[in-house]
Design a protein around this ligand. Structure first.
Ligand code: NDP
Length: 261
């Protein structure tokens, strides 16, 4: 019997247990996937040991500590500095970042050269790194300065941002989820969207004001559902040493998104 969990704080909203339990059932595997609300980051590895978990997914706010506490990290993880998947093998913790794989898979059919990411939180370093790796030109726009985390020449706040054209605009702020605001002030976001081809919102399962406006302006739009689905399928493959076809995992997990949240 294999045991898995998603660890974070808060954790009640997470649909990872549904995604993974559906796959465990579909492939007739002996195992279960639970969720753990962890109050103290120092307890991350202890908790995994105490609960005898084989592998875990990590969410807000522990992705950085998961990376730091792990024994081995794959190259993506090393370059991004955060991990969303930990696998325990022979008492050692191996760290991976499948968020970025999920994001890149979600936009694999988009033909574009330039992107603007709005927001500069935990997910953005990974997105910027992944896009750079694919040779895209990436700028970041945030409401406050976070230059310590990013290359200063590509980082802007509302105050020093100069409008230019981007093919892809990404909302990596919680705006649209926690409120009905656009991710940046009207005077900035409107001309950006008027000149873009694609818009991507990391928020999933909601037609946010950002996506609504993008749709009105005839952009190709996408919410964060596929990114979430694909990161889970990549993680599941890591749990089971690539025993299953990625597409098969995706297909068995996908129905979760038509269930009521
Ligand atoms: P963080 O909380 O780490 O960062 C949030 C960012 O948004 C910060 O840069 C913050 O700015 C900015 N922000 C917060 N409030 C506002 C506001 N009112 N107006 C403008 N900007 C604001 O979040 P994450 O990077 O971890 O996640 C971002 C979003 O992506 C979340 O909605 C999350 O649910 C979603 N997500 C989706 C995933 C998926 O698989 N689909 C995976 C990961 C995340 P400041 O720095 O100034 O505080």
């Amino acid at each position: 019997m294999k045991k898995f969990a998603v660890i974070g704080n808060p954790i009640n909203h997470s649909i990872s247990p549904r995604l993974h339990n559906l796959a465990l059932k579909a492939f007739n595997l002996k195992g279960f996937y639970s969720r753990l609300n962890l109050l103290n980051s120092n307890q991350l590895l202890n908790s995994i040991d105490e609960l005898n978990l084989d592998a875990v997914n990590i969410t807000i706010p522990y992705k950085n500590v998961a990376f730091l506490y792990s024994d081995f990290q794959d190259n993506l993880c090393k370059n991004i500095g955060s991990a969303n998947t930990l696998i325990k093998k022979n008492s050692k913790f191996y760290a991976y970042n499948t968020d970025i794989l999920g994001f890149l898979k979600a936009i694999e059919n988009y033909s574009f050269k330039t992107a603007l990411i709005i927001g500069a939180g935990g997910s953005v370093k990974a997105l910027a790194y992944g896009l750079n790796l694919q040779g895209k030109s990436v700028d970041i726009l945030n409401k406050s300065i976070k230059s310590e985390d990013f290359f200063v020449q590509n980082f802007y706040t509302y105050e020093n941002f100069k409008l230019k054209n981007y093919d892809l605009i990404i909302n990596a702020t919680p705006n649209g989820l926690i409120n009905s605001d656009l991710p940046a002030p009207n005077g900035i976001i409107l001309p950006l969207l008027q000149n873009a081809k694609f818009s991507f919102d990391l928020i999933y399962g909601l037609q946010t004001p950002f996506l609504e406006l993008s749709k009105k302006l005839n952009l190709i739009i996408q919410d964060g559902s596929n990114m979430l689905l694909f990161q889970a399928a990549y993680a599941f493959n890591l749990f089971y040493d690539n025993e299953f076809k990625f597409e098969d995992i995706v297909n068995v997990m996908k129905p979760v998104f038509s269930l009521k949240r």
